[in-house]
Design a protein around this ligand. Sequence first.
Ligand SMILES: C[S@@+](CC[C@H](N)C(=O)[O-])C[C@H]1O[C@@H](n2cnc3c(N)ncnc32)[C@H](O)[C@@H]1O
Ligand SMILES: [Zn+2]
Length: 314
Amino acid sequence: METMLSASRALLACPLCRGGFLPGAADGGGLVCDAGHSFDAAKQGYINLLTGKGTVFESDSADMVAARHDFLSASHYRPLADALAEFAAAALTGAGGGAAGEASTAEGAPEAGPAILDAGTGTGHYLRAVLDRVPAAAVGLDISKFALRRAARLNPGAANLVADIWQPLPVRDAAVDVVMVVFAPRNAAEFARVLRPGGRLIVVTPRPGHLTEVAGTTGMLGIEPAKEERLAAGLAGHFTALPGREVDIALDLTPDDVVKLALMGPAGHHLDRASLQETRARLASRTAVTARFRISVFTPLEREQRPEPRPAGG
Ligand SMILES: C[S@@+](CC[C@H](N)C(=O)[O-])C[C@H]1O[C@@H](n2cnc3c(N)ncnc32)[C@H](O)[C@@H]1O
Ligand SMILES: [Zn+2]
């Protein structure tokens, strides 16, 4: 475990000077970079690498994170986790033509072993599914401390970091074979920068019709499913698309499950908790709901084909 954690930490770059971190933990398990910038570890095991003001954001609250944890732990989305782990495993082992096989020759790659970044890792549920299939150095990054407390417990061999996806990521250039983004923001330039040549960006988005059976009753309406074209447009200039997959899951949910489902998504930020409980009381003992996802896979364009990177450390 300690070795895997060291391999995970070797993927990191200091958010202040972009230098690497010294091997071996600082006192209390924190990080110290070559230039002496130090970052403490929280007692729950994650490390806060957020510097400066960061983007204005609304971090997931404790009850949203708890709902996500409970719902995912009950394996409702198991088919999605399995499909995702299959795509990621292929790229991590080189079986899918990914970067792992050629990693040792990749310029600037700090580690030759398989490596993955989970951007917006949340409770670390999907990263766990991947690591159960292929042990790998891993970075789990999220802006919510509540989420990272869970992620650090679930994935103790990963570097679990508080960081903002919209800022330069605290990850070295060409360091990972896979960037995984499950219902989280996408920073195309930074994802391309941290991927090894031939690596894979794996993105999960909801498709039209996702959870429509309960969206209206629970106040989830208004979540516009991410359109495939919008996803591709946001990544254009940095990535080219590869074949992906659609995953549909027929769910049979109790009223408790439905409430958790409503709370764990973006609507959880503004849903009125009292009226959600009233809705819960009106629900049938079981509700049939269909979850509709798309797994999209991309590979980075060669560096010369991409726009000039922004100055580092900004
Ligand atoms: C809907 S949750 C998905 C979490 C996880 N991938 C999963 O599927 O269980 C979205 C996650 O993205 C995180 N997030 C949102 N904006 C972010 C940002 N700018 N930087 C880092 N994480 C962010 C949230 O804190 C939240 O954990
Ligand atoms: Zn530094």
